[in-house]
Write a protein that binds this ligand. Structure first.
Ligand code: 7TS
Length: 411
């Protein structure tokens, strides 16, 4: 197979910005293929964290003093950069949260206040637990019903079944943009249009799409979009919830506390406007500020270039992995991200993962927080190699060589 790339960016220059990629694990150069769990961080981002603490550390939105104003400006600049990155109309439609899980729970609790007994919520077979459990909890609280869009054996959602599930009782539809376990890219725009025909709100779990795709929330016309910074080369503990202004204004706040109020008396509290209504308490200030460096860095590379390069990795990797005897790839949707979920005939995923680690190759094994999906595929778990933009075809060769080395050890 060819090792040449038609990528417009210089992969060695990119890798040099990630010191961790130079380290050894178990005496071998690290091959990091667990980007679906979290990505590594470019120096631009980690430098931004240090710079924040060394120059402007302060609480935001409250001080009259210079440092607080500088910190507030930097904090709000990230909101604007994220707005532009996802093409939201207003920066106040971007709410900072702890991450995707927190964003989905925010909607489930706030929107949940409007849900009545008998209402229906639709999710899909492909969901991560964080896009299942909050809706189950809501249905239990409110006497609503949860419905699930089925999928075919390739990991493609069944659109006819989805249409049949939609009706006047459907109040909300939630599904991911990209599946973390199979890599399926879902047709968000088409599904959103169908949901809107019955006036259901649409919540997209964007945890896995933000590092790989150019996301345009206005073109997709989604009502909510949940994001984790740590999966898009940003810091952990910070993320965002995009919400359409009309929805965010309609929903009650999720948490009460400082910063989210307008006036407080012991008798009554009035809430602040957007986005502060949904941001109670001191936020993850350095996380927000440093996230801007990751967003800038991604935009310098260009999301379209990143997608194109990763599609090359997908094509190369699929062919290379299928050369391994007894290997079955789970997730063969025609529209897919660079993620390989697989099993080896007769062997346990965990044993393979453990032996690959001995060779310095980092993959994830198990159910990937998608137990219902694993049940649907009738496997206890998979081995998952999820690519980031710094991965190379040579590393895929190393993975394949690693598999060919460890498989005979287990037979
Ligand atoms: N949704 C999807 C599709 C995900 O992949 C994940 C994390 C989440 C939600 C939760 O994101 P968090 O940042 O709030 O934790 N997925 C994974 C994974 O695939 N391996 O480790 C975490």
């Amino acid at each position: 197979m060819s090792n040449t790339s038609t990528s417009p960016f210089d992969i060695e220059a990119i890798r040099s910005q990630f010191p961790v990629l130079e380290r050894e694990v178990n005496g071998r150069k690290l091959v990091y293929m667990d980007n679906g769990a979290t990505t590594h961080k470019p120096k631009a981002m980690t430098n931004a964290i240090t710079s924040y603490y060394e120059t402007i550390n302060s609480n935001v939105h409250r001080g009259v003093h210079h440092l607080s104003q500088r910190a507030t400006d930097a904090f709000e600049l990230t909101r604007e950069k994220l707005r532009a990155h996802i093409n939201a109309e207003h920066s106040y439609e971007v709410i900072f949260t702890k991450g995707t899980t927190d964003s989905i729970n925010t909607v489930a609790w706030s929107f949940g206040e409007l849900v009545k007994p008998g209402d229906e919520i639709i999710i899909s077979t492909l969901e991560h637990h964080s896009n299942i459990v909050p809706w189950q909890m809501l249905c239990e609280r409110k006497g609503a019903t949860l419905k699930v869009i089925p999928m075919d054996d390739h990991g493609v959602l069944d659109m006819e079944a989805f249409k049949a599930l939609l009706n006047e009782k459907t109040v909300l539809v939630a599904f991911n943009h990209i599946s973390n376990a199979l890599g399926t890219i879902n047709p968000v725009k088409e599904m959103t249009a169908l949901a809107h025909e019955v006036d259901a709100a649409v919540v997209i779990d964007g945890a896995q799409s933000m590092p790989h795709l150019n996301v345009d929330v206005r073109d997709l016309d989604v009502d909510f979009y949940a994001i984790s910074a740590h999966k898009m080369y940003g810091p952990t503990g910070i993320g965002a919830l995009y919400g359409k202004e009309e929805w965010l204004n309609k929903l009650p706040p999720y948490q009460g506390g400082g910063e989210m109020i307008d006036t407080v008396t012991f008798e009554k509290t009035t809430y602040a406007g957007l986005p502060h209504k949904f941001e109670a308490g001191t936020p993850h200030i350095e996380g927000v500020i440093a996230w801007a460096a990751s967003i800038d860095w991604l935009n310098e590379l260009g999301m379209e270039n990143i997608s194109a390069y990763e599609q090359e990795l997908l094509e190369y990797g699929t062919e290379a992995l299928l050369s391994v005897e007894g290997l079955k790839i789970h997730g063969t949707a025609p529209n897919k991200s660079a993620l390989f979920s697989f099993n080896i005939d007769g062997l346990h995923h965990y044993d393979i993962g453990t032996l690959l680690d001995q060779l310095g190759i980092a993959v994830r094994t198990g159910h990937h927080c998608t137990q219902p999906l694993m049940n649907r595929m009738e496997v206890p778990g998979t081995i998952r190699a999820s690519m980031g933009l710094y991965n190379t075809k040579e590393e895929i060769d190393t993975l394949v060589a690693g598999l060919n080395r460890v498989i005979p050890m287990l037979k």
